[in-house]
Design a protein around this ligand. Structure first.
Ligand SMILES: [Zn+2]
Length: 423
């Protein structure tokens, strides 16, 4: 619990600015008592800390409230959980908002992980429930449906013929849990926002992979609290916790180039040996990164919904920044940064380079080909919707049409292409 405790102690030393109160409640004035509660962290349940309340029964497995028809449809969807056109939004509605718990239980059964690791089913369900509950349902994008979507994509990648036979039960266990928990307790604002508002997590994690470190330490806290791994030797538990960290930290988009270069090098040298545990771990990191940014590889209807949701979250941050007289972050100004501009930049800069390499690794793969086909069509669709209004959009438009050399500038947290950089 060391991390949970240290996260709790830090804000008492450095009070959290009012912005975070506003994120959670929409109010700027609080009673002292309520303010103290919010000072602790953006974890909504902190005032009923699990450390204090123990293993109280949670209410997230409320499948019983649904009628048989809904459950029947959800079960039918689960029978096709490995297909790429799986509609996670529909599945979430059919499970009454329990898509993540339902999906994880199903996948753990498919892989027989409960038997293999001798897991206690009540503790397992408790752990999944905690993870699902600690996602913020008010976030348009970084919520439990995104986690379920990433987990479903991860499952599709774990099934790739190139990979499936080489994976050990531990690889699958780590891959699924990392996918399910990789954004847990996401506050709906990005790292630059946490840094410029001097949020305690930014100082705790020294302005580096701040959110990802928090997702990881929260996951470890929940694993320990659930007692899910308590029956395993301490050394194995330590390895599991470390490897979950290495997987979740790989989703930091600022490290995209580092991973892409290493991946390319391996593919060029053809030296990936999946019998080697460290190479399998690297591929799991890449698979999780792909799963995390796979929205543009879905069909247009699903892809569009995700694109609009993530931009809504950016724009909400922008509104918050304006409200508190902070400089509006790149991509967060709804008057400047349109959904098509953000999406076409993201596809060209982040998704496309990654999925092209993934296609080389998984070749020949029907799934990778399908994903690249969707990606191409969706990119063209967003570019068609791009109506240049500002100079920045004119440039984006020109780039999207004429230049494929995009890269991500972490300092500015925006996509830039060489055309803009050198003109
Ligand atoms: Zn994510």
């Amino acid at each position: 619990y060391s991390s949970c405790l240290s996260e709790a102690v830090v804000p008492l030393i450095s009070p959290k600015p009012a912005y975070f109160n506003s994120i959670e409640s929409g109010e700027t004035e609080f009673s002292t008592k309520r303010r103290m509660k919010h000072l602790l962290s953006f974890q909504r349940y902190y005032h009923t800390s699990r450390l204090l309340r123990g293993l109280a029964p949670h209410d997230s497995g409320s499948l019983y409230l649904l009628d048989d028809d809904y459950l029947g449809q959800a079960a039918h969807m689960l029978s096709k959980v490995g297909t790429w056109n799986f509609d996670i939004f529909l599945f979430d509605r059919l499970t009454n908002g329990n898509s993540l718990v339902t999906l994880m239980c199903h996948l753990f059964n498919i892989y027989d992980l409960i038997h293999h690791f001798q897991l206690d089913i009540v503790k397992l369900h408790g752990f999944f429930g905690m993870v699902q509950k600690d996602y913020h349902s008010q976030n348009p994008y970084h919520n439990a449906i995104h986690a379920a979507d990433v987990t479903q994509a991860m499952y599709c990648y774990l099934k790739e013929p190139k990979l499936a036979d080489q994976l050990t039960p531990l690889d699958v266990f780590l891959g699924l849990i990392a996918a399910a928990a990789h954004d847990v307790d996401h506050p709906g604002v990005n790292q630059p926002f946490l840094i410029k508002t001097r949020h305690h997590l930014a100082s705790l994690y020294q302005n580096t992979s701040v959110l990802e470190s928090h997702h990881w330490r929260s996951t470890v806290g929940m694993l320990r609290e659930s007692g899910l791994l308590a029956h395993l030797p301490a050394e194995i538990t330590r390895v599991i916790e470390q490897q979950l960290g290495s997987l979740i930290l790989a989703t930091d988009i600022c490290r995209q180039n580092e991973f892409l270069l290493t991946f390319r090098e391996h593919l060029d040298n053809q030296d990936l040996d999946l019998l080697d545990a460290s190479h399998r771990h690297f591929i799991l990191q890449i698979a999780l990164k792909c799963a995390d940014v796979c929205n543009p590889c879905r069909s247009w209807e699903l892809s569009r919904q995700w694109g609009e949701r993530v931009c809504e979250e950016f724009h909400k941050q922008g509104e918050l920044e304006k409200k508190f007289d902070l400089e509006v972050s790149p991509q967060c100004d709804h008057k400047v940064d349109s959904v098509p501009a953000i999406q076409s930049g993201f596809i060209s800069c982040i998704a496309e380079p990654l999925f092209e390499e993934w296609n080389l690794f998984t070749h020949p793969s029907l799934l990778s080909q399908t994903m690249l086909d969707h990606l191409d069509k969706n990119k063209a669709h967003w570019i068609r919707l791009l109506k240049p209004r500002t100079l920045a959009e004119e440039q984006t438009y020109a780039c999207a049409e004429s230049c494929d050399l995009w890269f991500y500038a972490p300092q500015q947290n925006r996509y830039i292409c060489f055309y803009v950089l050198y003109q």
